[in-house]
Design a protein around this ligand. Structure first.
Ligand code: HEM
Length: 429
């Protein structure tokens, strides 16, 4: 992108700064920024200090248009998540490319469809149905633990964090004893900016972040190498067996691709599902009438689930880059330009959603883009929705009342975020 100033294309410096400020994502400032952008400059350029300039895509229609043109807008050519110049330079030195891992998210055709096809069937409703009974058992045990807390708990700590982690680890085939390690690694990987989860607690240099991320990836790699060896010798009915034995063009996947595959399955699903689950309880605790409505009409639960995913939109962005000069929304986008797809903004787009800031379990249709769109559309969307639906089916009948019991705190991160503390009070029927 030509970094010379281009007048009205540029978004104001304070808004550009908030897009790259993890703290802005922990309060409403990010939604204020998105609202201003949608109204005043829905496809503008941000030039925050220390970052390459990038287009900020805040309208639902533009997010979909970019996401569906996978040849014109690539994932793998530039960092797939917002990365400052110093960190990108470090990563390029380490890997020779813009990203530290090469999972589905960091691939384009022709590799992407081949790698995605290896597990796609596993994540389809027809296959997931066989896990429903087990997921319900895990949900019941989780609900029982919450009820045993006797009327008050931190919903994130006591329910939302552990439940989806446990489900995906069972499906993947990771033993229960290793779950805390997986949770810690995920939080460090996704929320390295949050002082509560980062390995290094002070302001981090690019050098430190790169070293930290490499260490996390090395931990994952060492862990899953053993799992691969085991599943090649003793195949089981789990997803690790599928990944360990999958072949591309007649050979096993290269080890780096394989680690990346395990990592995305082990990490992409639980923080995001936890945040959405906590989002639903937060919304219901804030609105007794909505709580009463869903409780009285359990057929609203699938709508509650979709609305919680829209309302929370835990994945705040993914990046794309243009492979050729093109035009969108009256703007000329040049080959190589970097674009930030702001899903949480698309999901509050006034042109698509009536009363976008209101939480409505009966919202229909609910065409949110929290799972992305196009060829990279979230592989785990049916699993996430199944887990959440089952948890609420098991939990809501037990609750007579629900309210907040202190301040809700959000993680400080501009990639994946959601509540990290959600104190609630509840009465049991
Ligand atoms: C991709 C969101 C749960 C696995 C994605 C993308 C988003 C997303 C926004 C990128 C889509 C795009 O670029 O168009 C979410 C949310 C979840 C969730 C909000 C929960 C509410 C899960 C679960 C899994 C999972 C449970 C299962 C392990 C993946 C994978 C990809 C992905 C493997 C990469 C797909 C590809 O690039 O082809 N997700 N996700 N996600 N998600 Fe999820």
């Amino acid at each position: 992108m030509d970094t010379a100033t281009t007048g009205d294309l540029d978004i104001p410096a304070d808004i550009a700064a908030s897009l790259v400020d993890p703290v802005a994502y922990a309060d409403d400032r990010i939604h204020d920024a998105y609202r201003w952008l949608r109204a005043n400059n829905p496809l503008g350029i941000a030039r925050p200090e220390k970052f390459d300039p990038f287009w900020v895509v805040t309208k639902h229609a533009h997010i979909q248009a970019i996401s569906r043109q996978n040849d014109l807008f690539h994932n793998a050519d530039r960092p797939t998540t917002l990365t400052n110049q110093a960190l990108e330079e470090r990563v390029r030195k380490i890997t020779g490319g813009p990203n530290l891992v090469r999972s589905l998210v960091q691939m384009d055709a022709p590799d992407h469809p081949k790698y995605r096809a290896l597990t796609q069937g596993w994540f389809m409703p027809a296959n997931l149905g066989k896990f429903e009974g087990r997921v319900r058992e895990i949900a019941r045990a989780t609900v029982q633990r919450m009820l045993d807390r006797g009327g008050a708990c931190d919903f994130v700590e006591d329910v939302a964090l552990g439940y989806p982690l446990h489900v995906i680890m069972e499906i993947l085939g990771v033993p229960e004893a290793d779950e805390p390690r997986m949770l810690k690694l995920t939080q460090e990987l996704f929320g390295p900016q949050d002082p509560d989860t980062a390995r290094v607690r002070d302001a981090l240099s690019a050098e430190q972040v790169a070293v930290m991320l490499q260490a996390i990836i090395a931990d994952f790699s060492a862990y899953f190498r053993k799992i691969t060896e085991n599943r090649r010798q003793n195949p089981r009915d789990d997803l690790a067996t599928v990944i360990a034995n999958a072949k591309i063009g007649g050979d096993y996947m290269p080890e780096h691709d394989q680690t990346s595959y395990y990592m995305i399955v082990a990490t992409a699903g639980h923080d995001t599902t936890s945040s959405s689950t906590a989002g639903a309880i937060w919304a219901l605790a804030n609105d007794p009438a909505e709580f009463a409505r869903v409780k009285a009409n359990p057929e609203l639960i699938p709508g509650l689930v979709d609305e919680a995913i829209r309302w929370m939109t835990p994945v705040k962005h993914f990046m794309r880059s243009a492979t050729a000069d093109t035009e969108l929304g009256g703007r000329k986008i040049a080959k190589g330009d970097w674009l930030m797809l702001c899903y949480a903004s698309g999901n509050r787009d006034e042109e698509v959603f009536e009363e976008p800031y209101r939480f409505r379990s009966d919202r229909k249709p609910n065409r949110h883009v929290a799972f992305g769109y196009g060829a990279h559309l979230c592989l785990g969307q049916y699993l996430a929705k199944l887990e959440m639906r089952i948890l609420f089916e098991e939990l809501l009948p037990h609750l007579k009342s629900l309210s907040l019991d202190g301040e809700v705190k959000m993680t400080q991160a501009y990639f994946v975020n959601g509540p990290k503390k959600l104190p609630i009070r509840f009465e049991v029927n």
